[in-house]
Design a binder for this molecule. Structure first.
Ligand SMILES: [Zn+2]
Length: 305
């Protein structure tokens, strides 16, 4: 008899779990120190171990390695996104928790109301710093079966012509931003704002995101992908123009699923975002997607702060 289906492991903290983990500011400080320095506190400037604890000033240390005379003083938040703000860590943690648990993201306005901050600007600023922290510092190139596609975001409706007609190539002058994405089936997504959908730009993206050891590289028949075969003999295309959307394993439904969540977030939650901040939203959606089964998604997020 087949085994009973196991309930899916919960990877996001519930509010009661959050409250139990972080009852006060002290608990947040201790958690941050543990995530930041799992092998014990290090000087953020020179990396020296075992700095001296500053007496009477909890969560502060001084390092004599990089400043033997005067000592260099630092705290648990030195060099993190939490530095130079007057918000307690517990507020930051709540904001991060809210962002991570909202599938389509949370607008600054929502955060502002929910957190009861004095100004919208505070919420906006905090959310953007969190997004920057969620951005992957380094990306492992994708292998296995990989789908590549790109999508347009924003811009004036009259300029939003299809790339197949009207000669629309996005980028300069069109008012649209282009986001390129590559996803490994059942694996990670790499998404990035790019200049346009010309071949040279798309090829550069694919080379940065996809391993040459990929077993199958799937795109649609956009001319910009036409010459990928030179570097990726595993490249195959799906003919959307002919109405083909799935031919066996050859489809781009996975990346299109990611675009769908991303666009519902950008259009629905954020009511379109300026090109300037688009990379931050891309980073946020990429992080949530790539950590969708991470049982310590909150800890991973804090480690990047
Ligand atoms: Zn030092």
């Amino acid at each position: 008899m087949a085994r009973a289906k196991q309930p899916k492991q919960i990877h996001q903290l519930t509010v009661p779990q959050f409250e139990a983990m972080f009852p006060d500011e002290e608990a947040c400080c201790a958690y941050l120190v543990g995530k930041r320095w799992p092998k014990g506190v290090h000087c953020p400037r020179c990396g020296a171990t075992e700095p001296t604890e500053l007496k009477g000033n909890p969560w502060h240390w001084q390092c004599y390695e990089c400043a033997p005379q005067t000592s260099y003083r630092f705290s648990h938040i030195t060099g993190t996104i939490f530095e130079n703000t007057n918000k307690p860590l517990r507020d930051w943690f709540k904001v991060i928790h809210l962002i991570l648990t909202s599938k389509k993201g949370m607008s600054a306005r929502q955060l502002w109301r929910y957190m009861g901050f004095g100004s919208l600007k505070t919420a906006w600023y905090m959310a953007h710093r969190v997004r920057a922290a969620l951005a992957d510092k380094e990306v492992d190139k994708l292998g296995g079966i990989v789908e590549v596609d790109e999508t347009f975001v924003g811009g004036k409706a009259k300029n939003r012509h299809d790339r197949w007609g009207g000669g629309g190539t996005g980028g300069v002058g069109s008012g649209k931003a282009v986001v390129a994405g590559a996803v490994r089936r059942k694996g990670n997504v790499v998404a990035r704002v790019i200049e346009n959908v010309r071949a040279v730009t798309l090829e550069r993206f694919v080379n940065e995101a996809v391993s040459h050891k990929v077993s199958l590289l799937i795109t649609d028949q956009w001319v910009g992908y036409k010459h990928l075969n030179k570097e990726f003999p595993q490249h195959v295309t799906i003919d959307h123009a002919r109405g083909d959307y799935v031919v066996g394993a050859i489809h781009t439904n996975t990346i299109e699923g990611f675009w769908s969540i991303f666009k519902r977030g950008v259009i629905g939650t954020f009511h379109n975002v300026s090109k300037k901040y688009l990379p931050l939203y891309v980073a946020e959606f990429q992080f949530r997607c790539n950590n969708r089964e991470n049982v310590d998604i909150f800890g991973t997020a804090i480690s990047g702060c």
